[in-house]
Design a protein around this ligand. Structure first.
Ligand SMILES: Cc1cc2nc3c(=O)[nH]c(=O)nc-3n(C[C@H](O)[C@H](O)[C@H](O)COP(=O)(O)OP(=O)(O)OC[C@H]3O[C@@H](n4cnc5c(N)ncnc54)[C@H](O)[C@@H]3O)c2cc1C
Length: 380
């Protein structure tokens, strides 16, 4: 049996997220883009409604929702503004390694407070010299008795400036390559954690992206997730959970751009008819609608697969690749539909065009998604 109908609970969740996006996110999107102000109050309202940290298991105080439910929420909040949804979803990425690899004590210590208090967390893997090539990171964690001491710099860390704790990937034994990496939770208040300036990004400008440097930061061995040497696997497994959710954000952005394009194509007239009646515009909008549906189906498939307890690495890469490309193409074409007005900040699609690009870069670039897909095809 195949059924694309959402359950009553899923539909309610999606509607709640949409209403929130319509009332609390979208009206602020242009201002937040202009000021690049972090959307703390909006995130707090989302947290109060239970729209953040949704995958934290019930045993640790959370709703224990699946990845598919996370995707339903992310599409709606991203429809409102992807800068805000990225700020909301960065918690998901940071929490995933604990859900996947944390022990009981670690889950209670780091996940439960995310439900009880309004907190942020960040996922720190990328470094100034290594993004796609994770093995190229330089951060080290040296064991000293019951502690580890971390040294190194992370770059492009979403929620870097607001996080209460960081998931950090570091080498405990660099001679072992990726098998020598270990994963740690580092509290923000630990001496030696240095947070850089907020980066002045092209899009998703209200999202907080910074460098985070660890200068001789001491953490207890109890903060290591999994065994020594398992860090790379822990960090990468998290992407199977988070990539469908990020991809859903790309679908939400594409849907917003498409809706603006449809509205404008009905209003704007050239040569005596609304522009959608010109085949060049009508076909462009038909292609948008088709790609958005296809992207959403890939996203749902990737989320559903992992929620069934099955490996979804290839489906998550399909979803990320296709949804990111869809967001960029649809936003680009929406600017085209608007003509000169599309190039202007007074109209909404210019922002969407800038916001869309990051989906082809973060959470693994589009080239890396193709590498993953090819590896799945030929090596498994
Ligand atoms: C706004 C923003 C937020 C981010 N948030 C986070 C975060 O929260 N946590 C985190 O850890 N990181 C984060 N990142 C980092 C992001 O994941 C990396 O930027 C991304 O993985 C690419 O790494 P890089 O920038 O070092 O580019 P590089 O790896 O240097 O790649 C440069 C180019 O080469 C291509 N390339 C590289 N290797 C190959 C290959 N083998 N085959 C084909 N092409 C290749 C890439 O696709 C890219 O086009 C964020 C980045 C940005 C911009």
């Amino acid at each position: 049996m195949i059924d694309f109908t959402l359950s009553e609970e899923q539909a309610q969740l999606r509607d709640l997220a949409h209403e929130f996006a319509e009332k609390e996110i979208a009206p602020h999107a242009a201002r937040l883009d202009e000021t690049a102000e972090f959307p703390r109050e909006i995130c707090q309202k989302a947290w109060e409604l239970g729209l953040m940290n949704t995958h934290v298991p019930e045993a640790y105080g959370g709703l224990g929702l699946g990845v598919l439910e996370g995707c339903l929420i992310a599409e709606e909040t991203a429809w409102g503004c992807t800068g805000v949804s990225t700020a909301m979803e960065a918690n998901t990425l940071a929490e995933c390694p604990i859900i996947v690899a944390g022990n009981e004590e670690q889950k209670k210590k780091w996940l439960t407070p995310m439900i009880e208090e309004f907190l942020f967390a960040a996922y720190c893997v990328t470094e100034p010299g290594a993004g796609s090539d994770v093995q190229g990171i330089r951060t080290t964690a040296k064991r000293h008795g019951e502690d580890y001491v971390l040294n190194g710099s992370k770059m492009w860390i979403t929620n870097g400036g607001v996080a209460n704790w960081y998931f950090v990937l570091a080498y405990t034994d660099a001679s072992q390559g990726y098998r020598g990496m270990s994963a740690f939770i580092v509290p923000r208040e630990q001496p030696g954690v240095v947070v850089g300036k907020k980066e002045n990004n092209m899009g998703q400008r209200c999202s907080d992206t910074r460098s985070v440097t660890f200068e001789g930061v001491k953490v207890p061995a109890a903060n290591r997730l999994g065994e020594e040497g398992s860090g790379w696997k822990v960090a990468m497994t998290a992407f199977d959970h988070s990539r469908p959710v990020v991809s859903a954000g790309a679908v939400g952005l594409a849907r917003a751009a498409y809706q603006h394009a449809v509205r404008y194509a009905k209003e704007r007239e050239t040569f005596g008819v609304p522009i959608y009646k010109h085949q060049g515009i009508g076909f462009m909008i038909a292609d948008m609608a088709c790609a958005i549906e296809a992207a959403r189906l890939l996203v749902w498939q990737a989320g559903w697969t992992i929620d069934q307890g099955r490996r979804n690495t290839q489906q998550a890469a399909f979803a990320k690749l296709f949804a990111a490309d869809t967001a960029v193409k649809v936003a680009t074409d929406a600017v085209q539909v608007f003509g000169g007005y599309g190039f202007n900040k007074e109209y909404p699609v210019e922002k969407l065009y800038r916001d869309a690009k990051i989906y082809q870069i973060y959470e693994g670039t589009s080239q890396i998604q193709r590498l993953i897909i090819a590896r799945e095809i030929f090596n498994r």
